[in-house]
Design a protein around this ligand. Structure first.
Ligand SMILES: *Cc1c(COP(=O)(O)O)cnc(C)c1O
Length: 397
């Protein structure tokens, strides 16, 4: 059974808001509050410590991981939840370097999200000092994959421009050079079809508060290609990744499955918000999401091109080279976005001059897109953004 898009009735989006920031923080699914309240009152409140068994809190990271797996083309049992994406990047990177002990280069690109690069720097500081993080332009990655490279760490969709890497091709090139392929799916999971099994990459990681709507602080996921898991010695060898956490053995012994990538106690309440949020994906075909995302994005770009000459498309024009967001560069982008938000059209701004709009067919339709451009045009034509309150930079942009 596949469902019709959009599924607006499944979300609590405030009246008067057109939400074009689901690439950064997904909106609240309608069933989350009741489910989280139930977990708090009936599980934590009434069952107390018994809930670990009676409500299977212990199984939650794997149970939720299996539901994410379906959305990213991975088999059940290959994905586990926990921690933040930054931590999952660190774990996957550390494991990758251990799998290629004779190689010294982590290859990444300038389109990567800074935390991925920061985590790599931090990891390298704990090693012998002769590893190197090599960061090249996105177009140059393929020319820089050679036999000195241990791991190619890339984010499939560029958070600023929405530029989409060819995951299949780059993974194949990486593996031909004998290196490990690590993909960050932060802006892919729930945004477009991902086929991890077909791609054959070794590792993938991603977050769940963007397109998957798990809420702020919702845990990240990590995928390990099933044939490799027994060879991974987790760098963060926490008790929840132990084969028998409640045996309290003196020494670490990893679980035989992807569960070894767990670290400590999972964020049960936050993950229960994600668990309810994932109901919105039941019966959803990722190919249908992709087709709708492209149709909505193309319409958005066309309308902006015709009506808002101050904006220049910063995303690839070819939809096949673009993720599920559309970005523009413009002068005064921060103030323009603030003025737009004041009118109920919520997108965001990324320094130095990018305004971004997430296109999320789960809860957006063409009427929303046209209305958003109507308001954008009005903000620009009437120079609404010049008002002083829109000039003040807040901490989160
Ligand atoms: C959003 C995002 C992150 C965020 O990491 P957290 O640890 O969850 O804060 C990391 N990497 C990429 C590529 C992202 O897009």
């Amino acid at each position: 059974m596949t469902v019709q898009l959009p599924r607006k009735e499944l979300f609590d989006i405030p009246a008067g808001v057109i939400y074009l920031d689901g690439n950064s923080l997904g909106p609240l699914p309608a069933t989350v509050s009741a489910h989280v309240t139930d977990v708090i009152e009936h599980q934590w409140g009434a069952q107390l410590i018994r809930a670990w068994n009676e409500s299977d809190w212990m199984g939650q990271p794997a149970r939720v991981g299996d539901r994410i797996a379906r959305l990213i083309g991975a088999p059940a049992g290959s994905v586990v939840m926990g921690d933040t994406l930054s931590i999952k990047v660190y774990q996957a990177l550390a494991a990758s370097l251990e799998l290629r002990p004779d190689r010294r280069i982590i290859l990444s690109d300038t389109g990567n999200f800074p935390t991925d690069l920061y985590m790599a720097e931090g990891l390298l500081r704990t090693l012998d000092g002769d590893h190197e993080l090599r960061v090249v332009d996105p177009e140059n990655v393929e020319h820089c994959i050679d036999e000195s490279v241990a791991v190619v760490m890339l984010t499939q969709v560029d958070y600023r421009s929405g530029r989409l890497h060819d995951m299949q091709r780059l993974t194949a090139l990486t593996q031909e050079a004998g290196a490990i392929s690590l993909w960050d799916l932060a802006h892919s999971a729930g945004a477009l079809p991902v086929e991890l099994t077909a791609t054959q990459c070794e590792f993938a990681v991603g977050c769940t508060y963007k397109y998957l709507n798990g809420g702020p602080g919702s845990p990240a996921f990590i995928y390990v290609r099933p044939d490799l898991i027994q060879r991974i010695q987790p760098a963060l060898s926490g008790w929840m990744g132990h084969d028998a956490p409640f045996a309290f053995e003196p020494d670490y012994r990893p679980a035989p499955s992807v569960q070894r990538m767990r670290v400590g106690t999972p964020p049960v309440i936050q993950m229960s918000a994600l668990e309810a949020a994932l109901d919105a994906w039941e019966g959803v075909d990722m190919q249908a999401i992709r087709a709708a995302s492209i149709a909505l994005s193309e319409r958005f770009i066309l309308e902006v091109d015709q009506r808002c000459p101050a904006l220049t498309l910063a995303s690839p024009r070819d939809p096949q080279s673009r993720g599920s967001q559309v970005s523009f560069t413009c002068q005064h982008g921060y103030a323009i976005m603030q003025a737009l938000i004041a009118q109920g059209v919520i997108g965001d701004f990324r320094a130095p001059n990018i305004i971004r709009f997430g296109i999320t067919p789960l809860y957006l339709d063409e009427t929303d897109i046209i209305s958003a451009v109507d308001i954008l045009q009005e903000v620009l034509d009437n120079e609404r953004w010049k008002q002083p309150q829109f000039q003040v930079k807040r901490e989160v942009t």
